[in-house]
Write a protein that binds this ligand. Structure first.
Ligand SMILES: Cc1cc2nc3c(=O)[nH]c(=O)nc-3n(C[C@H](O)[C@H](O)[C@H](O)COP(=O)(O)OP(=O)(O)OC[C@H]3O[C@@H](n4cnc5c(N)ncnc54)[C@H](O)[C@@H]3O)c2cc1C
Length: 687
């Protein structure tokens, strides 16, 4: 290993041979420019490497990896969590010049792009084809597809169309060791693509992305609703969603944000307006949109709305969105610095979360505008401050942490779309237990054994202990801890016994797919049929939690009886079996949380009840398609739909769903999760 100060000069010639001498930059001014991003952290890199071709990335990464030099990919640097700060020095890989849109294929519904393509540029390129790309972060004028993938970005339209992970088909990735690999969510075996999305450059570097593009809706209607209080606005949000209306966007702004956004302009809202909702509906059926708008209007009026106005034309619509998307820059103009928090709570908990947020802001004597993606429970308090005032910075940090703790206490999470980076690393300790954090560390080790890809991000580092636990007294307890059925407990006990004696296990659901002739290696069946409970239907949050052995048909029947449905085709098998086999990859889109037992019999609670969650690696989707070999699924939380069920053609099940040949990365993950190869051992022979 080279000494730190020599790390770049020792390999400079080789790097220059790949990217050209002008693209290996070590001048002080250049290093200073890349020592900050939109977050608060600062650290200086040793070099900035500019790329002019995607093909240069793999050899450069291989060179850095071999020399033990840390590296991180960077695009527009608009992430709000310090994700592009080089905490251990090393090289910044500047991919901003890789900005070609390589293909737009409307027949396949795909666009193939390089990572540096700016989100809005892609939207502009798609428009003449009559298509759009759904994820639309407020930063879309500057933020890039690579950065959006790195953070699993969301935006107003994600309420209806899902976040970035739901809108990517396939990725070409340079691994931390410098190999080029392709990942798609529909690959046989575990869903590695989804783990890479939102991994903040810690597991690999995306060099090409195949994005799902959608036809522009024939009709869009946008309305604003002005309320005398934020509480009233939020009550209306919950009722609108529970009424089975799925707007393409449902955004909220409080008075502070509104005033900032409307500075110098006449307010179109009545005097005394404390909060405004922006509601947008789209589709090909104008009658349905009209009816939904009327229902939403009535719900808003019943909840105290004083002015509900449908935008008359494109100009009025643009004005509303200008106010929403311009609120952050408008707040930023009020003070030298701005902290944007990004906690999420289950939607029905929004009023409590907002009340606590306002109390925290008052307690620390701060000024903040509240902006949020109300439809999905994602809060963005924008706290303004001046970093030269050290005492004020301390108050801002404390307030930010208290807001996150409040979200955790209410059953939510610490990041919906901005990522963890370095700034929320410590808060991971408040959200997760040791088992979950160890699981995430295993994922990191499997992808990046030397720990050189964007080191010290996302996961707490040594010394960041869960010291703040006592502050969470009386906190929400994840349903698994309080609500684990006796049957699930006995499965965990059995796994512990088997682990102690080295007994191998064949994880068996309803036997719909597991072929008895494939069960070998002396594995003893572990029957999950006893896990047949529908543990919860949360009517207001539109989520349900079911045990793994429950038949999917029975699950749907019970949901239907309660007035809900899952937006999936008819599927056969148990809840756990369908997730583990991934015969219908679409299931991942509705899956919010999993409780699983490891081979050692440790309970892990992954994900939760919020529709957005980028706190840590997406282990929930990783276990989709893991075929019972990584962990035993005990129960799962799904997002429900209300209203009329979509008609779907019969589902054609792939005949060879288990034709899966583990690659090196699958084997590394298996070794991390189940080093004795105890679970479904025939899948990973020789691990
Ligand atoms: C005014 C403002 C509004 C915002 N609004 C939103 C919003 O509505 N929704 C939202 O989700 N976010 C929002 N953000 C946050 C930010 O814009 C997003 O996180 C965005 O996705 C980052 O894109 P970027 O190009 O700036 O990436 P960067 O900040 O350069 O990188 C982001 C992360 O991805 C990693 N990365 C970069 N390139 C790659 C790659 N090729 N492969 C793998 N990893 C990579 C980086 O290492 C880093 O960890 C906002 C930020 C600002 C300043």
């Amino acid at each position: 290993m080279f000494k730190r100060k020599d790390r770049i000069s020792a390999i400079r010639k080789e790097l220059e041979a790949i990217v050209g001498p002008e693209n290996v930059r070590t001048e002080e001014a250049e290093l200073l420019m890349y020592s900050y991003d939109s977050g608060m952290a600062r650290a200086r890199p040793e070099a900035v490497i500019n790329f002019t071709s995607a093909a240069q990335v793999a050899p450069v990464v291989k060179m850095l990896y071999g020399a033990g030099v840390p590296f991180l990919p960077r695009l527009a640097g608009t992430n709000l969590s310090g994700g592009t700060i080089p905490l251990k020095g090393g090289a910044i890989l500047n991919l901003a010049r890789l900005k070609k849109i390589r293909q737009i294929d409307t027949a396949a519904g795909l666009a193939l792009v390089e990572p540096g393509v700016v989100n809005l540029e892609l939207q502009r390129a798609l428009e003449p084809f009559g298509f759009f790309y759904a994820p639309d972060p407020a930063s879309q004028k500057v933020s890039t597809i690579g950065g959006n993938i790195g953070e699993n970005a969301g935006g107003p339209l994600c309420l209806k169309y899902g976040v970035t992970a739901d809108n990517v088909e396939k990725l070409e990735v340079v691994t931390p060791e410098g190999e080029v690999k392709f990942f798609s969510y529909s690959d046989a075996g575990p869903d590695l693509m989804s783990v890479l999305i939102g991994s903040e450059g810690t597991l690999g570097i995306v060099i090409h992305a195949w994005l799902k593009i959608l036809p522009l809706p024939a009709h869009i209607k946008t309305a604003s609703a002005a309320f005398p209080s934020l509480d009233a606005a939020i009550r209306a949000v919950t009722r609108i969603i529970s009424a089975g209306i799925l707007p393409r966007a449902l955004e909220a702004m409080d008075k502070v944000s509104l005033d900032a956004a409307l500075t110098g302009k006449a307010s179109p809202f009545p005097a005394g307006t404390d909060a405004v909702l922006i509601l947008e509906l789209d589709g090909d059926d104008p009658v349905r949109i009209k009816t939904d708008l009327e229902t939403a209007h009535k719900i808003c009026s019943d909840n105290g709305c004083e002015a509900f106005k449908v935008a008359a034309d494109e100009d009025e619509r643009a004005l509303l969105w200008q106010a929403r998307k311009g609120a952050y820059p408008a707040m930023a103009r009020l003070a030298p610095d701005l902290l944007v928090e990004d906690g999420v709570v289950p939607r029905p908990k929004l009023p409590e979360a907002l009340k606590e947020t306002r109390e925290i802001i008052a307690k620390y004597k701060l000024t903040a505008g509240l902006l949020f993606h109300a439809g999905d429970g994602n809060l963005h308090p924008n706290v303004i401050f001046d970093r030269r005032d050290i005492e004020e910075v301390k108050r801002v940090k404390k307030a930010g942490y208290e807001m996150l703790k409040s979200c955790i206490k209410l059953g939510g999470t610490i990041s919906g779309e901005h990522g963890i980076g370095v700034e929320k690393r410590v808060a991971m300790n408040w959200l997760y237990g040791r088992g979950e954090l160890a699981f995430f560390h295993s994922i990191k080790r499997a992808f990046d054994p030397a720990g050189l890809a964007n080191p010290d991000k996302i996961l707490p580092v040594a010394g960041e202990k869960p010291a703040a636990k006592p502050d969470l007294a009386g906190a929400f307890v994840f349903p698994g801890k309080s609500g684990l059925s006796p049957e699930a407990r006995s499965i965990i006990d059995e796994l512990r016994l088997r682990a102690a004696s080295g007994t191998r296990t064949a994880v068996t659901g309803l036997g719909t797919r597991l072929r008895p002739e494939r069960v070998t290696e002396g594995a003893r069946p572990l029957d999950l049929k006893s896990l047949s409970g529908l543990l919860e239907i949360d009517r207001e949050n539109l989520t349900a939690r079911a045990e793994a052995g429950l038949s999917f048909e029975e699950f749907r029947r019970q949901l239907k009886a309660a007035g809900f449905h899952l937006d999936l085709p008819e599927l056969k098998g148990s809840v756990g079996g369908l997730i583990a086999s991934k015969v219908c990859p679409e299931i991942r889109g509705l899956l919010l949380g999993l409780e699983v037992a490891t081979a050692a019999g440790e309970l892990l609670e992954l994900g939760g009840k919020t529709v957005k969650n980028v706190a840590g690696y997406d282990a929930v989707r990783l276990l989709c398609g893991s075929q019972g070999a990584y962990a035993v699924i005990l129960s799962a939380t799904f997002a429900l739909s209300a209203g009329k069920e979509r008609q779907r053609p019969p589902f054609a099940e792939p005949p060879a769903w288990d034709a899966f040949e583990p690659a090196e990365i699958h084997r590394r993950l298996k070794k991390e999760f189940d080093p004795q190869n105890l679970l479904n051992p025939w899948i990973y022979r020789g691990v």
